[in-house]
Design a binder for this molecule. Sequence first.
Ligand SMILES: Cc1cc2nc3c(=O)[nH]c(=O)nc-3n(C[C@H](O)[C@H](O)[C@H](O)COP(=O)(O)OP(=O)(O)OC[C@H]3O[C@@H](n4cnc5c(N)ncnc54)[C@H](O)[C@@H]3O)c2cc1C
Length: 376
Amino acid sequence: MELAEFRAGLDRWLDDNEAALRPDPDKSATLDGQMAHTNTVKRLAFDAGWMRYGWPARVGGLGGSPLLRGYLGEALAARRLIEPGPYSLTEVLAPTMIDYAPAQLAAEMVPQLLRGEETWCQGFSEPGTGSNLGALTCRATRTENGWRINGQKVWTSYAQYADRCVLLSRTGTVESAHNGITALFVDMDSPGITVRPLQTMHDVAEFCEVFFDDVAVPADRLLGAEGQGWAVAMDILPFERSTALWHRGAYLHRRLQDLLDAAPDGSLSPRDVGAVLEQMYAFRARSRQTQYRLDAGERLGPETSIDKLMLGIAEQSLYDLVPAALGPAVVSAGDREGRAWRAEYLYSRAATIYGGSSEIQRNIVARRLLDLGPDR
Ligand SMILES: Cc1cc2nc3c(=O)[nH]c(=O)nc-3n(C[C@H](O)[C@H](O)[C@H](O)COP(=O)(O)OP(=O)(O)OC[C@H]3O[C@@H](n4cnc5c(N)ncnc54)[C@H](O)[C@@H]3O)c2cc1C
């Protein structure tokens, strides 16, 4: 299906199904409610076909350009029918799962993610190894039937809801750094896994500590080859830093409009609003270019650090308008909408951390794109 036809058909379907797709405001005030609703929307969109476009037939998709799935995310976020965070995990994890999982495993698992029957999480960061991911120590040892995992992950988003985890583990020596890492697809209900949610400053337990004590993982859950986990990570991160943020950009445009509607006359200076719009359109233009490169069959790589940097700048500049528009009280109290603004204002601080901090993205731009020499 062509993009124009997809857009027109999807917009009609969204208009016609607004009542079923719209979140219940009471329930969507909690993370439990947001997670459940995002999965409901995915199921409805999958059953109507929309969620299947842009994904290959071998994982339950209907084929077509990745631009189609990009427009779906954009339309859902712009209408505030999904939460951008949980929704993005599909775009972060599914493409790499399709490329690296054994074909049968991908065919069985990916449709469950697309249809919102399952939630997956990304087990990369560990205490002390967030930016320095190549030094991770969560260990996988070979057993007769597969692997045994011991160690800890941290900042694992939505792990308390997750059915599966794409886990980076150490199989070689720590000295072997990037070459001793192996990626595994782990069932989160395996004996030996303990998940402890962490409270964030916006009062949502969005990410977790995850402990692995002698967790058995079958041999057929290997993603790629043993020792190829760094390649898997380098495949996931470009999606996390670019295409997974496209719909977030659409959400920011919607929230700027909401803010302008809510702000009393004269509370925002046109110059400040103009500066934010400039950042948001700069991100959108960059992100659009990335979408089209993916559509043309290009492999995404370190250049996506630019997309991630621009998203962080745009998101924080937008939410920096909130205290001026709605008064400083909005960041400490308020009604339901006020609490939503407060949560988003505080969460925007994370935009320069998750997916790799802005300092690390600048290092990647300097070292890998501009060839300005190694870290000192
Ligand atoms: C909301 C949120 C969700 C997240 N979800 C997940 C998830 O689902 N799965 C997952 O695995 N991880 C997740 N993370 C973790 C995230 O990837 C890490 O927080 C991030 O990579 C930074 O690592 P760190 O927290 O260990 O900080 P550190 O690496 O300790 O960095 C601390 C500070 O030092 C700076 N710094 C570090 N090294 C350098 C350097 N070489 N040069 C210049 N500055 C440097 C950093 O920029 C940062 O400002 C999430 C984080 C957030 C905030």
